[in-house]
Design a protein. Structure first.
Length: 200
């Protein structure tokens, strides 16, 4: 791995979740996660099929070597199992901008405290340790679940990038692009902490 790569390797740990560097040793848990409710069938996402998990891990690790991605495995601390993946991507060190993306979780932990805490840890590290001026989020315009989740974080819509990507099924993706800027982080952090602490 390029030892000069930014951001440098890091493990982020909260009450519910730990984010550790993605590794081929996590393959079996990720295969099990990918099989949970056949997540790959959501046509507007890019979640790997179970047989594609190793190739997806290798793809992300290769991007790490080029300095364009820092991939994480998401570990549910209650079970000590890997339940998904996330990344820092589209890394722009010169302008201190980063995207949190390529995130997916097994069905069993979706809409739980794990995602909220995962975003809190990634955003806190980006703004407080990496001194980012903005953190971006991007999703398919038709992925309403993802868009609602991004908006609940406090991210604001920057715009829609039309005909942005060609999907595996041949359709053209319009991408909704959101961001949180440095001055917004204190309010976003307070909101995420409230989401974690409020009665469920």
């Amino acid at each position: 791995m390029n030892m000069e790569a930014w951001p440098p390797p890091v493990t982020l740990t909260g009450k519910h979740v730990s984010l550790v560097e993605l590794s081929l040793s996590h393959e079996q848990d990720l295969v099990e996660a990918a099989n949970d409710d056949e997540l790959h069938r959501l046509w507007y996402t890019m979640i790997p099929r179970s047989l594609e998990v190793r190739a997806e891990i290798e793809r992300r690790l290769a991007l790490r070597n080029t300095g364009s991605m820092l991939p994480f495995s998401i570990i549910d601390r209650a079970s000590d199992k890997v339940v998904g993946m996330t990344t820092y991507m589209n890394i722009d060190q010169a302008n201190r901008r980063i995207e949190i993306g390529s995130t997916w979780y097994r069905k069993a932990v979706q809409r739980s405290a794990l995602n909220t805490e995962c975003k809190l840890l990634l955003l806190r590290h980006a703004f407080e340790q990496l001194n980012c001026i903005a953190v971006e989020f991007r999703t398919h315009i038709m992925n309403t679940q993802s868009r609602r989740a991004i908006e609940r974080l406090g991210a604001k819509l920057d715009g829609v990038i039309r005909s942005h990507m060609i999907m595996q099924n041949g359709t053209i993706r319009d991408t909704a692009s959101y961001s949180i800027i440095q001055s917004e982080w204190p309010a976003v952090e307070a909101n995420l902490l409230w989401q974690l602490e409020k009665p469920r």
